[in-house]
Design a protein around this ligand. Structure first.
Ligand SMILES: *Cc1c(COP(=O)(O)O)cnc(C)c1O
Length: 451
């Protein structure tokens, strides 16, 4: 008979049947499958940890947001924010649904082209565009969103030298009542910088000013901020038309809508506090429709929504490595994934559910990752049933920013699986290997293998 394990007992209050802060009973939600595919089967087939993305949920999110805006405003275009999740399979779901591409770097631009997005449907944002990238984007008729005067002067110079007619927009930053202000990108509205930029563009021979852009923040909890932004964008577009006699074809209100994740330090869960897409759409479209544009001159409304469209389509599955009592008696559990894979655990209290029944007892637990680093904490405090080594957990709403911001630190990045619309799994990114990692390393001769 196997020897039973013994651990010295401690006296600790367990919560069972207690009411939580909402006056309801904390119940142990168990999630055994994703879109009907068993968590255990997925881990068996693809290893642990494992990212899983639901194609169905992405399409559902996109179609919902698109409908919400299109039923309120006649001309709407979404552009997928590549940096939010630039796995090609994910981008292509958005492109199939009708999304353009919104990119903020040269390699993202190349990715969008290679995904078959026509140059004219790529929005090139960000403060870092090289001369070659500007020339290339101009030749492809892409929408170049100018971030600063140095970029503006460079583009004017390049357009003369290479006979280019780039289509450009001005990135505008402004006070929308949200602090700290996001004023490091683009040209300021209140101090008139944006007006100077517009004049320079319109007095240049070759630049074609077609739009105005802003991206006022991320995980925005106030729809009213978008009403202020929309109003300032309309005013600017109006003033530019009046003064220069040109028509601004589009207003790009950027991204920033929150997902239903819970920000660290929030008292209430995100599902209860986050405004709906409808509220944002109302705030934006009411202002534009009421501004006084003639019907045929209404600008195209572009949205670069990222996290709100993908967060709840992503799951991270993982396995318990060990349990441990901390010095103060708290329970802790070490998982096989850490903050290197789950970067968003720095700002979200992610929902975590066991993948198997674990009884009715729950205990407040610290969830650690496997890294040899003190800050490797997935959840500082989460109510979980007692877990054993080998048990599995599901982390919810991890689709945004993790698969782009993750770090290759101590452990290699895991497999990513996409469940298609009939829940059939497809491996869309292979787990990294030591060979992959070292394929970019070069060891000088005198340091190569010790004999
Ligand atoms: C990151 C980014 C987005 C997407 O932001 P979300 O907060 O994920 O919606 C859109 N536009 C620009 C310019 C960005 O930098």
């Amino acid at each position: 008979m196997e020897k039973l394990r013994y651990e010295r007992p401690i006296i600790k209050k367990l919560n069972v049947g207690f009411v939580n802060k909402f006056g309801t009973q904390a119940k142990n939600e168990v999630v055994t499958n994703i879109e009907g595919v068993g968590v255990k089967e997925l881990i068996k087939e693809y290893g642990s940890p494992l990212f899983v993305i639901s194609e169905k949920q992405i399409r559902r999110n996109y179609q919902h947001a698109s409908r919400v805006f299109k039923t309120r405003y006649p001309k709407v275009q979404f552009a997928w924010s590549y940096k939010t999740n630039y796995l090609n399979a994910v981008c292509n779901v958005f492109h199939q649904e009708g999304s353009w591409a919104e990119v903020v770097s040269g390699f993202e631009y190349e990715k969008a082209l290679a995904n078959g997005v026509p140059g004219s449907k790529i929005i090139f944002n960000g403060p870092d565009k090289t001369d070659d990238q500007l020339i290339n984007a101009s030749r492809n008729n892409s929408l170049i969103h100018i971030d600063h005067f140095d970029e503006l002067y460079t583009l004017i110079k390049l357009s003369e030298e290479f006979h280019l007619k780039p289509r450009v927009a001005i990135r505008v930053n402004m006070d929308t009542g949200i602090y700290p202000k996001w004023d490091r990108f683009g040209f300021n509205y209140e101090n008139g910088q944006v007006w100077t930029a517009a004049s320079r563009i319109l007095n240049s021979e070759n630049l074609n000013l077609v739009g105005l852009h802003c991206h006022i923040g991320t995980f925005m909890m106030e729809s009213s901020a978008y009403a202020i932004a929309a109003s300032k964008m309309c005013q600017l577009s109006w003033d530019i038309s009046e003064k220069f006699g040109i028509h601004i074809q589009y207003l790009d209100l950027g991204g920033g809508f929150p997902s239903t994740n819970t920000l660290k330090g929030s008292y209430l869960p995100g599902t209860d506090t986050v405004p709906t897409i409808d509220q944002f759409a109302d705030a934006i479209t009411d202002v534009i429709l009421g501004f006084g544009f003639r019907q045929e001159e209404l600008p195209l409304l572009i949205l670069e929504t990222g996290r709100a469209l993908i967060d709840d389509a992503g799951f991270l599955l993982g396995t318990v490595l060990a349990n441990k009592r901390l010095s103060d008696g708290r329970s802790s559990t070490i998982m096989d994934f850490g903050v290197n894979s789950l970067f968003t655990s720095f700002w979200y209290d992610h929902k975590v559910t066991p993948a198997q029944e674990g009884g009715q007892y729950t205990e407040e637990t610290v969830l650690f990752g496997p890294l040899c680093m003190n800050i490797d904490v997935i959840r500082e405090n989460v109510l979980l049933p007692l877990l054993k080594k080998g048990d599995q957990l599901v982390v919810h709403k991890v689709g945004a920013y993790n698969m782009t911001q993750w770090m290759q630190f101590i452990t290699l990045r895991p497999n990513i699986v996409l469940l298609d619309q009939s829940s059939h799994p497809h491996l869309i990114r292979k787990a990294e290997t030591l060979d992959y990692l070292e394929s970019v390393e070069i060891v000088p001769n005198h340091l190569s293998k010790n004999q």
